[in-house]
Design a protein around this ligand. Sequence first.
Ligand code: GTP
Length: 235
Amino acid sequence: MQYKRILLKLSGEALMGDRQYGIDPKRLKEYAQEIKQVLATGVEIAIVIGGGNIFRGVAGAANGMDRVQGDHMGMLATCINGLALQSALEDEDVHTRLQTALEIKEVAEPYIKRKAIRHLEKGRVVIFGAGTGNPYFTTDTAAVLRAIEIDADAILKGTRVNGIYNVDPEKDKNAIKFDTITFKDVIKKGLKVMDMTAFTLSEENKLPIIVFDMNTKGNLLKLISGEQIGTVVDN
Ligand code: GTP
């Protein structure tokens, strides 16, 4: 087994499925089933989920809202998604804990690194909500930060494209996919993997990033089993 402990980053938008807004129960169930399969292989799984299907702070700011206010709304949105994912996982009989970076004690545990690690060791899926708890940071940054803190072997970034290409594959059908690429080459070629804060944090801490298509059934399990899925960014 290639990985002992992973941090899975899921986008909030992906939870919309074919909808324009909110959570698609079918997509949520599919994700829960994929995660359950991978957990059964013995890998420890932590998850950071975005909130863009409900609210994006940046979009709020673009419409004249105070950025900090908007980011707080975005953080709460990730908690809503975290609760939804927790329910979906528990429907599949997966043990979970939700920990949040902002305290909402009646709803979820506060983020405590040592507790998170104990939960993982006991085979529970730990979902981290509320991003980093700070405005001006993305959930990608939260994912990298938590991955480093819990000593994950890699961050698996689930997207709707199956990896990193030299040009946008949704705009150019001749786009070429990289199987592996270095952090330095991503920057040199001006490719977009994560925002720079998240990306450099990952590079400095030698945390590999794997970008893969989470919406193709079985992909997550294949990736964990060592198949060439997506693109690996490494030193
Ligand atoms: P271990 O006993 O170490 O295996 O962990 P545990 O999570 O089972 O123990 P704990 O007694 O801490 O938690 C029992 C339940 O209460 C779990 O479902 C936790 O998620 C939940 N829980 C623990 N702390 C909090 C909290 O501060 N707020 C909320 N809402 N739930 C909590």
